[in-house]
Design a protein around this ligand. Structure first.
Ligand SMILES: Nc1ncnc2c1ncn2[C@@H]1O[C@H](COP(=O)(O)OP(=O)(O)OP(=O)(O)O)[C@@H](O)[C@H]1O
Length: 341
């Protein structure tokens, strides 16, 4: 890790007419981190990423990638980033191997090396056997793999993944994460936006929770989760007529229904033994017990008041084609005033 941050932004503002998509965003992502960006729909995540890669021009504020200003040192900043965008924006007239070679060439990589890298990237994401096919002929899952391969072909120091697993099946999601985790273990900084909260929980060193164009908080997933309460669910041999009295500081509240007692505590792992001992001392016999932690998703909902955009990582995947449309070529700036991407 160096002193120079992978991403450093301060007071970043983006206005679309009257709408403030980014409202004074401050964020620092360290070199080598696996960093998650969480937030409800419209929080400004994609806008932030588009400013980093030069697809959108900031209204005001400051943004640097590895010390390069994203406007003044645009070319250096852009060359450091590999982006797998949310939208499928791949040139569909060329075999995918050539698409990757063009991308490498655009970033100044000589043809022979570009060929080598295109092959290596296709192998890495597992679609080398499709190298002569066109984008349109790939399945939805293969298209996602290709977006990752294209992001990797320049061997970026910062890999940005904007909802890379939206709508893909569980197996593919795991495959993609193995590739990305491996890259991160070898020093690549990863910025991930995802609506799969458990994905962030499992992968990220730290996450930023964004809402309405600002960062509400930055913390490790564990830190965020420790802010919630845990629930101990206990099945008793008897059916107490009322909640057993607990003389324990750890217990926040408790409720009983038939033979099932639910006890809310701050730290379930620590409190469980005391709770069981107290119950046994009061003459109850514990038949079964379960401790459930507050999920990151619940904390997220508490922070943003929005759960419509989040999904549990429980196999709710579609066919791999969801969420993708052609958004034109990757190298076309979204706004006319931005110089060449
Ligand atoms: N080109 C644009 N013109 C006008 N408004 C825009 C444009 N792009 C984004 N916005 C608005 O800016 C806000 C932030 O959008 P953005 O796409 O950055 O959010 P997001 O956090 O990526 O959302 P999602 O999770 O749905 O992808 C939204 O209110 C959106 O409607």
């Amino acid at each position: 890790m160096t002193d120079t941050a992978a991403i450093e932004v301060s007071d970043l503002v983006k206005e679309y007419g009257d709408l403030r998509a980014l409202d004074g965003l401050d964020l620092r992502v360290e070199d080598g981190e696996f960093f998650g960006l969480l937030g409800p729909n419209g929080a400004g995540k994609t806008t932030f990423i588009e400013i980093l890669v030069g697809l959108t021009r900031k209204t005001s504020g400051h943004a640097e990638v590895f010390g390069y200003d994203v406007v003044d040192d645009y070319r250096d900043a852009r060359n450091a980033i590999g982006l797998a965008p949310q939208e499928f924006n791949v040139d569909r007239f060329f075999p995918i191997r050539e698409v990757l070679e063009h991308k490498a060439g655009y970033h100044g990589i000589p043809p022979k090396e570009a060929e080598r890298r295109a092959d290596a990237a296709l192998k890495r994401v597992g679609i080398y056997d499709k190298r002569d096919e066109r984008f349109d002929w790939l399945s939805g899952g293969m298209k996602r793999r290709l977006l990752l391969a294209r992001a990797l072909v320049t061997d970026p120091d910062l890999l940005i993944l904007d909802e890379p697993t939206a709508g893909v099946d569980v197996q593919l999601r795991r495959d993609l994460w193995n590739v990305v985790r491996d890259l991160n273990a070898n020093g690549t900084t990863v910025l991930l936006t995802t609506h799969y909260i458990e994905e962030a929980e499992r992968l990220c060193d730290r996450v930023a929770v964004m809402d309405e164009g600002t960062v509400l908080d930055v913390a490790t997933p564990e830190d965020l989760m420790s802010r919630g309460t845990d629930t101990i669910t206990i099945t008793l041999a008897d059916e107490p007529s009322e909640v057993p009295a607990f003389d324990l500081d750890a217990v926040l509240d408790a409720a009983v229904e038939a033979d099932r007692l639910t006890v809310r505590v701050e730290d379930g792992g620590r409190a469980v033994a005391d709770v069981v001992t107290a119950l046994q001392a009061a003459g109850h016999q514990v038949v079964d017990l379960d401790v459930s932690r507050t999920s990151l998703e619940e904390i997220f909902v508490q922070m943003t008041g929005d759960d419509a955009s989040t999904a549990r990582d429980d196999g709710d995947a579609g066919n791999g084609d969801a969420g993708g449309h052609d958004a034109g070529d990757d190298e076309s700036p979204a706004e006319a005033e931005v110089s060449q991407v």
